[in-house]
Design a protein around this ligand. Structure first.
Ligand code: ADE
Ligand code: ZN
Ligand code: ZN
Length: 409
């Protein structure tokens, strides 16, 4: 098999140069995947489950489920150090809340091709080739398997605001308190706020909803009630009329069109997408537009995510040096269980680090359903892209819909 790295980026880079990557914790990624699963068209399953290398024989569970592979890219990130920068993106000069650039005049930090928006475009292009009826296919089955697992994961990462800024390594270097726990801003958003939201989900959501399409795709997890709540109050409730608009993309600017002429090799298209042929990076087209979708997610950094107090005394010193690896994602399950253990919760004021488990910060995020909306948007867009890639249009996978669609509940 040609390994995905050589196809994705085509060059080797020194391991020491790669910063650490993290992601929504496992709950965030699995919630996004479960919401996507609820909105898949039934015709996607044969091809999609083949790509995922998984088919269930139990009639009471779906043929395959998107949640288990959703965290693969993080679990394997130590084996695939080259993929680390593909979990996030940052614009040169972006410094929330003081300056918000996405990008500004100086483009993106890092090398072309090595960021979450381009990675989404590139794995989508690989899967388009794998599912096209034309032969021979450039993409083999093992590559398609890694590509779909990356796609499920990166669509989640893209909806985490701190994966869209390079300031302080996406907040990994900003020490804060969350209750009695010493943590960092990035982990608060990856895991701690979500864990708290799961914990405070009202008890009535532990009962099944009268909606088989939802219940069939829940798997008896600790976050089932949370998914029910996001579906009921969010997707079928307050955001009902805007969900369709989450799937739309603006028309492309003519100057940035790619040459998609017949007979052109995927590698050539790949090189155009990666900017190796001098064409500017453009991740978006009329159907799939990660950059357009990411813009309002990034804007949240200046609206609610970055606490202004971190740039004011006495907290200006609470920053680790940039090469300190302080990502806690691997410990997510432990964190969640720890949180559930009924310790008395009396957050003490901490003299050194800013407390974020307060009504003004965590309370506002909770009240405004900020995280729930991000997880919902990630799930709906993932379903749209998977339906586009794998749903059969009159049995021919290379006749694709020109707009993303989901199965509504
Ligand atoms: N490492 C450097 N920047 C990062 C970010 N925004 N998210 C996750 N890991 C990072
Ligand atoms: Zn990630
Ligand atoms: Zn993260």
């Amino acid at each position: 098999m040609r390994d995905l790295k050589s196809i994705l980026i085509g060059v080797a880079i020194p391991l020491a140069a790669i910063p650490s990557a993290s992601a929504w914790g496992f709950v965030g990624h699995e919630v996004v995947a479960t919401i996507a699963q609820i909105h898949l068209h039934p015709s996607v399953f044969p091809n999609m489950c083949t790509a995922l290398n998984f088919t269930s024989t139990d009639p009471d569970v779906p043929l395959c489920h998107l949640a288990p592979p959703a965290t693969w890219a993080d679990r394997a990130r130590f084996k695939m150090r080259w993929s680390a920068p593909m979990h996030y993106i940052g614009a040169v000069g972006d410094y929330p809340r003081q300056t918000c650039q996405f990008p500004g005049d100086h483009g993106w930090v890092g090398r072309k091709g090595y960021n979450v928006l381009e990675a989404i475009r590139n794995v989508t292009t690989l899967l388009e080739d794998w599912t096209a009826d034309s032969v021979p296919s450039f993409t083999d089955d093992d590559t398609a398997n890694e590509a779909i697992k990356f796609l499920i994961h990166f669509l989640g990462d893209m909806h985490m605001p701190l994966h869209l800024t390079d300031r302080d390594r996406g907040g990994n270097s900003d020490k804060v308190m969350f209750g009695n726990k010493e943590s960092n801003l990035h982990s608060v958003w990856d895991s701690l706020l979500i864990n708290k939201a799961v914990r405070v989900t009202p008890r009535n959501y532990s009962r099944p909803l009268p909606i088989p399409q939802i219940e069939f795709n829940l798997r008896g997890t600790i976050y089932d009630s949370y998914v029910r709540r996001i579906m009921w109050e969010g997707i079928m409730g307050q955001w009902k009329d805007e969900v369709e608009s989450w799937l739309t993309c603006p028309p492309p600017s003519p100057a940035k069109d790619l040459d998609w002429s017949w007979g052109q090799s995927i590698l050539s298209v790949w090189n155009q997408l990666s900017g190796k042929e001098g064409i500017s990076i453009d991740t978006d087209d009329e159907t799939i537009c990660p950059y357009h979708w990411a813009k309002p997610v990034h804007a949240l950094n200046c609206e609610i995510v970055w606490p202004a107090a971190l740039d004011e005394p006495p907290y200006t010193h609470a920053r680790l040096s940039d090469d300190t690896d302080d990502c806690h994602d691997h410990d997510d399950f432990a964190l969640l269980e720890d949180d559930f253990a009924s310790k008395p919760r009396t957050p003490k004021p901490h003299p050194k680090y800013l407390q974020l488990d307060t009504p003004e910060y965590a309370g506002a995020v909770e009240k405004e359903f900020v995280i729930e909306k991000l997880l919902a948007q990630g799930g709906i867009r993932l379903a749209g892209v998977l339906n586009y890639l794998f749903a059969s249009v009159e049995g021919q996978s290379d006749i694709r819909a020109s707009k993303l669609r989901i199965v509504t509940v």
